[in-house]
Design a binder for this molecule. Sequence first.
Ligand code: SF4
Ligand code: SF4
Ligand code: SF4
Length: 332
Amino acid sequence: MGMNRRDFLRTAAAGSGALLASGVSPAFASMPKELPTGAVGILYDATLCIGCKSCMVNCKKYNSEPGGALYLQGRTASYEVKPGAPFWDSAEDLSSRTVNVIKVNKSGTGLNKDSTDNGFSFIKQHCLHCITPACASVCPVGALKKNPVNGVVHYIENRCIGCRYCMMACPFNIPKYEYESATPQVRKCQLCYHRYDEGKYSACCEFCPTGASIFGKVLDLRKEASRRLTLKPGDEYDFPVQTVDSKQKSRRKVSKYIEHVYGLKEAGGTQYLLLAGVPFEWLGFNRNIKDQFLPDLTWAYIAKIPAVIAGVILAGTATWAVTRKRNKDKEG
Ligand code: SF4
Ligand code: SF4
Ligand code: SF4
């Protein structure tokens, strides 16, 4: 649906009944439940990751271009420099300026790679591009959309009304809001879909030197992930670099994997898949997320109490309006 911010405010003012009638639930009704035929995604293998953060740097660089997930007119790149610190991007978590983050977890001496015993592991966090995205299912104005062909969950900024309901619905705590901006937007990874027309793909994979992040068709990524789980630790394997079908390989000894491909089933399945040598819960990933499509659960509950969702959206809209006015006043 094509409601913009002004239309929405008009509808909202007419009351929650009109609001609900105007389309709070149709997005849920039209959510896909199958992987799109041309679905693309990323496989991240934590055992290959060296924590170089090249993926983070290039994510910011290429997503600061027009069409990118971090684009803002007049801003060259979304670096996060701490006050008083030398000029060095120091993002520690996802934020409105960081849509991809490499984190490390360690225990004890932290000397053993891919071990919870006096060891450490890296992990890469960004939008998982759910097969049935809860964020898009709850957006009342269709500002988050799942592409029916490649499955990318992308954002249409001029539709967003700032209700932030997507942030509450996402089971992985991914979308972030630009509270600091006079024209705030929701920011999250869009799988670099703005580069596809040029024959390019996700920058994080293009610039990953080890093959820890590879881009490709989700069906091929699933096969590659399953194959890795059958390999014997210590054997040599030609890991593809940049893309799953790349001719460029990195011959490495296979590490011991946890017998789980994260994203294969969680929340009904996602287009970002992960392998690791340590349990995912140790890396901050919730293993208790149900395998069921989450919008089913969300809406089974919400549909019974329409006044709640209407209230949340109206409150969000009011907050947006107040914040915007305050910012305008500040600007003089
Ligand atoms: S991970 Fe969250 S933001 Fe990304 S598609 Fe799934 S529900 Fe939406
Ligand atoms: S796919 Fe693009 S936007 Fe997403 S994490 Fe990688 S570089 Fe960033
Ligand atoms: S570029 Fe690759 S190896 Fe470097 S931190 Fe990112 S995923 Fe890990």
